[in-house]
Design a binder for this molecule. Structure first.
Ligand SMILES: *[C@@H]1O[C@H](CO)[C@@H](O)[C@H](O)[C@H]1NC(C)=O
Ligand SMILES: *[C@@H]1O[C@H](CO)[C@@H](O)[C@H](O)[C@H]1NC(C)=O
Length: 249
């Protein structure tokens, strides 16, 4: 049951994705050859490594280029989320919270020394708000992409919020300080490669933290640093929302 619920949460997110829009003539879709070039720049030692042959796949009956666009977007997005998670874990592990109350009723932010426990202590309504916000970001990215990343659009692009959404001004999460505008293509490309690498490192890092907390000694470098976590990191709703579906379990 848990697995089914988590799977349905994930598929809600995925439902926005496969829209094989007709390809505009200006589209520059990426191919396996492009991936090989990126891979060599991102990691000159390992270079191109694709044991599952995902770069040859055609998801949901779309083209291979569309699939590569989807996977590039997914990697960049997961990398960004992992960078947030990595920093967030360290912040929580050190007991750092915002100085105000977490909820309107005055409930403070959980003070824990074990980061995943902070999540378990958050109320269901707060968790649902977090999911709703993530859902909104997903929707905004999918609905305002211009050229979608599965039809030659830029993977990792995030459309700015205009004055319709944020009264009085625009907010561009993708380029908040307008630094990209005058950047040379060369510099931009270097930074994109750096972002992929930082994201990959962060994905390994956060899973290192989680593994070390769950299975003692599984990450020797973190032994004695990461406290043990009793919950189930792979069932993030098991402490709160899922028990309400107890009879279905
Ligand atoms: C990868 O998939 C493509 C497309 O299905 C296929 O043509 C190719 O032979 C596969 N490569 C390997 C190494 O399996
Ligand atoms: C970018 O360059 C243009 C023209 O050279 C200049 O007018 C503008 O102020 C620059 N923008 C930024 C953010 O540096």
């Amino acid at each position: 049951m848990k697995t089914t619920l988590i799977a349905s949460l994930l598929s809600t997110a995925a439902a926005f994705a496969p829209q094989p829009a007709s390809r505009a003539s200006t589209a520059v879709s990426e191919t396996k050859a492009d991936l090989e070039v990126i891979a060599a720049k991102a990691n000159p030692i390992i270079k191109f490594y694709d044991p599952l042959n995902l770069s040859g796949a055609e998801f949901w009956g779309t083209s291979n280029e569309a699939t590569i666009g989807f996977l590039r977007e997914a990697e960049i997005k997961h990398g960004r989320v992992a960078m947030f998670a990595f920093v967030g874990y360290i912040v929580h592990a050190n007991g750092i919270t915002f100085p105000w109350a977490m909820q309107m009723d005055g409930t403070p932010f959980p003070k824990v020394s074990n980061a995943p426990e902070a999540w378990d202590q958050i109320s269901d309504s707060a968790k649902l708000q977090i999911f709703a916000f993530i859902g909104f970001l997903e929707y905004w990215r999918e609905a305002n992409s211009g050229q979608h990343y599965m039809s030659g659009g830029k993977p990792g692009y995030f459309p700015p919020f205009d004055a319709k959404i944020i009264p009085g001004g625009a907010l561009n999460l993708y380029d908040p300080f307008g630094l990209n505008k005058n950047m040379s293509e060369e510099t931009k490309e270097k930074r994109l490669i750096a972002e992929i690498n930082n994201g990959r490192a962060a994905m390994l890092g956060i899973f290192g933290f989680i593994s070390a907390g769950k299975v003692e000694g599984s990450v020797p470098a973190l032994s004695g640093i990461i406290p043990h976590y009793d919950g189930d990191p792979m069932a993030p709703m098991s402490e709160s929302i899922l028990p309400h579906f107890g009879t279905l379990n």
